[in-house]
Design a protein around this ligand. Structure first.
Ligand code: HEM
Length: 497
């Protein structure tokens, strides 16, 4: 209690001194900020954020408009909630808005200084994006790893087959997480990080989810930098421990590879870690720290986002049995009942693709994208986004905007059948992967993996909800980290087709 009172005193005192100083310093007129709620003294609008900021910010945008500003403690936040404004900042003024606003918590283990997701757009970031784009996500590389994805999806189907024979429910998010994790761990290290036949993935999944939760949690330190040393909510301390656990695992794998290379044992086909170690030896553009942090980025950004996309889409299908029947029929007619789906089949499955888009519209895995900031004052639609403000694009609100989407909260994949709207960052009404130069580099991989996993699960089994839950009773509530998870994991019982 005493420490809380002390924190409040410190906040009050620094706010008063800060305000006094800025009044004394300011000779120029104050910028025209976007409209927003009137801030309370000291804390501003912090109390309005709640534990689901994507929803509370969408509600506030209904009152204040598609560009609004909020004062949270000492920080100004600008939130954009329409396709036109998303286009303005992510495309037209992309460069001005391409710096990340790294939360204080990601300073743990110096992650902000090495991470491709948090570095500003400068040489280090360019080198890392180049390493990612040419070694993991280039068209050739992705084509070449098709076999790996076929094999991992086959393992997923075998695991579900075992559950089917035993008559037990499958935790879809967890099974899809294991598949995404093994896909990425094989791409990077040529190993399975999770046993494909066992339920052994929960611990790592929990670790990744805790990282997302801690990064996404509103942190007083971000709004009152004076509290940095105290870290009153313990967010940076906990994230440090989660990062530490992940780095230990990654570091061990890198050491093993260095040892093998030291003994002259090279792999017939280089994986990502080999290629990155080669880059260190050849041109020194990156160092070991970059590799460790890049691996953390890949596992944190690539596993949970992919698996929760599959889980949300399956949940929507189980809640909408007619849609499930319709997509089953499409796959059966095109490929054949129970047969494995190939990536090359996906373009022939427009309804399956529409389901993935519709699910990402309603449940974008990163509802506020990743936060950005501006390094100087920038004009947007006649308002000033002040230097240092945090800029959030509410992709969740845009996906549910009634002026853009008819029946915005209903799951209607048919809407995409005649609509030339894609998720690749060109159509700003649907931007689950962001847009502009900081667009998700994993997009090309994710848009192959998600329909492949989903289509294979649909075509290989029939499904019913566990415990006799009726479709309309299925809990669709979400939980906010920096990504969005289903609050209640989806448990469904597979039975033979
Ligand atoms: C459904 C799957 C995925 C979704 C919805 C998703 C979404 C996003 C979003 C919204 C951003 C921020 C974009 C912006 O600021 O405009 C992002 C960035 C990023 N994503 Fe993804 N992502 C997914 C899968 C992946 C995968 C598979 C990987 C890697 C294996 C990955 C790696 C990254 C990285 C490294 C960044 C930071 C890029 C930068 O700041 O330059 N993501 N992702």
């Amino acid at each position: 209690m005493e420490s809380l009172i002390l924190i409040l005193y410190i906040l009050l005192a620094t706010t008063l001194v800060g305000s006094l100083l800025s009044i004394l310093r300011s000779s120029k007129p104050s910028p025209k900020l976007p409209p927003g709620p009137v801030p309370l003294p000291v804390i501003g609008s912090l109390l309005k954020l709640g534990d689901k900021p994507h929803k509370s910010l969408a509600e506030l945008a209904k009152l204040y408009g598609p560009i609004m500003s909020l004062k949270l403690g000492r920080k100004t936040i600008v939130v954009l909630s329409s396709p036109a404004l998303a286009r303005e900042v992510l495309q037209k003024q992309d460069l001005a808005f391409s710096t990340r606003s790294a939360p204080n918590a990601v300073h743990a283990h110096g992650h902000n200084k090495y991470s491709v997701a948090w570095l500003p757009v400068a040489d280090q970031w360019r080198n890392l994006r180049k390493a990612l784009n040419s070694n993991i996500f280039s068209g050739n590389r992705i084509d070449a790893s098709q076999n790996l994805r076929r094999q991992k999806v086959q393992e997923l189907i075998e695991y579900v087959g075992k559950c089917c024979r035993e008559g037990v429910a499958v935790d879809i998010g967890s099974a899809a997480f294991k598949t995404s994790l093994n896909l990425l761990s094989n791409t990077v290290f040529s190993i399975n990080m999770a046993d494909p036949t066992q339920d052994s993935v929960q611990q790592f999944r929990h670790l990744i989810w805790q990282i997302m939760v801690e990064i996404g949690k509103p942190n007083l330190v971000d709004y009152f930098p004076i509290l940095e040393k105290i870290d009153p909510q313990g967010i940076r301390r906990r994230l440090k421990s989660h990062f530490g656990d992940t780095f230990q695992m990654i570091g061990r794998l890198i050491d093993e590879r260095l040892e093998l290379r030291g003994l002259g044992k090279t792999r017939a086909e280089s994986d990502v870690i080999d290629i990155l170690l080669n880059i260190i030896e050849e041109n020194g553009e990156i160092n070991r720290n970059h590799i460790e942090h890049l691996c953390l980025d890949i596992f944190a950004a690539g596993t949970d986002t992919t698996s929760s996309s599959v889980e949300w889409a399956m949940a929507e299908l189980l809640r909408n049995p007619e849609t499930l029947e319709k997509v089953k029929a499409e796959i059966e007619q095109t490929i054949g009942k129970g047969k494995p789906i190939e990536e090359t089949d996906i373009p022939q499955l427009p309804y399956l693709q529409a389901i993935v888009k519709e699910s990402m519209r309603l449940h974008p895995p990163a509802p506020l994208l990743l936060p950005r900031t501006v390094e100087t004052d920038v004009e947007v639609y006649g308002y000033t986004v002040p230097q240092g403000a945090q800029v959030l694009v509410n992709a969740w609100a845009i996906g549910r905007d009634p002026s853009v989407w008819e029946n915005p909260t209903s799951f209607i994949p048919e809407r995409f059948l005649d609509l030339d709207v894609d998720v690749r960052g060109r159509d700003f009404e649907l931007i689950p992967f962001g847009a502009g130069r900081r667009i998700c580099p994993g997009l090309s991989l994710a848009i192959r993996v998600i329909p492949l996993m989903l289509g294979s699960l649909i075509n290989s089994f029939n499904w019913k909800l566990e415990g006799g839950i009726k479709p309309e009773e299925l809990d669709m509530d979400d939980e906010f980290g920096i990504t969005l998870q289903k609050a209640q994991p989806l448990h469904v019982v597979p039975f033979p087709v």
